[in-house]
Ligand binder design. Sequence first.
Ligand code: 5GP
Length: 203
Amino acid sequence: MKKRAQGTRHKAQGKLFVISGPSGSGKTTLAEKILKRRSLKGRIEKSISLTTRPKRPIERNKKDYFFISGPEFQRLRKAKKVLEWTRYLGYYYGTPKEEIDRKLKQGKNVVFCVDLKGVRAFKRIYPRQAVAVFVLPPSLEELRRRIVSRHKGVDEAEAAKRLALAREELTAAKEFDYQLFNEHLEETAARLEEIILKEIKNR
Ligand code: 5GP
């Protein structure tokens, strides 16, 4: 067997910042903000998930999600092209595997926005690289206000289901490496930036 050159064996591996929190906690907006920070430019990329949920008017295909059909999702899952997946309010969501493998091989850091099942999967698959960050709303009342305003006049039944799920998700906060109360977006983004910079340095 060929011997590998010294030093190439332990190629630096990127970190996986797994951001979770109830619907309406602001985690997706935070992740978007982080990607634009000057200190992190070129050092961190966002994973774009697959989903079978319908696109919201403000969302863009292939930028916010890959919006795909149910059968297509199942085909990819069976072909082992989905690293982890979940079912949320009747729709499927999953992380595309090849893209993540490629980013990690290049030593890139990646940010993911996933539910609790996703956080647990990343912690299991990448115990040394996954950093779990929980984004909390300032209060349940504020969370209710944000969820209701997002779905107002569109699907109020879905808002009620999301709020019930959010209450459940809040009990899992202690499973995370970091917890952030998202009261003022800019301040929370600055704290998340500090966490990421610290974790990247420690790798
Ligand atoms: P939303 O419909 O609000 O965009 O997403 C619903 C939930 O699914 C959120 O908690 C979101 O973070 C989660 N989610 C989105 N993509 C994925 C994914 O690829 N894997 C997992 N496990 N959860 C995801």
